[in-house]
Ligand binder design. Structure first.
Ligand SMILES: [Zn+2]
Length: 86
């Protein structure tokens, strides 16, 4: 899962697509285009539907990761207290 935590961002300047970590793609964040090095401000108020989509995808990835961490923590605690044998 850790290798799949990147979202695609379409640069508004050169229109090429690059990938950025979901943890860095959040409202108000700034990233540099890997192709033309333009500073891209990520805000959900942007008119750029590609950037809005990237923000949404990043939020979903972070939520999924949080859920996975919680599930792992919970199942670990549950199995430790239950001691079920197969
Ligand atoms: Zn660019």
């Amino acid at each position: 899962m850790s290798c799949d935590d990147k979202v695609k961002i379409r640069c508004p300047a050169c229109t090429r697509i690059f990938r950025e970590r979901a943890s860095r793609v959040r409202d108000g964040a700034e990233v540099n285009c890997l192709n033309c090095n333009k500073l891209i401000v990520l805000t959900k108020e942007t008119d750029d539907s590609f950037l809005r989509r990237a923000l949404k995808a990043a939020r979903e990835i972070r939520a999924a990761k949080d859920a996975a961490v919680h599930a792992a923590t919970y199942s670990g605690a549950a199995s430790a207290s239950k001691r079920e044998t197969p």
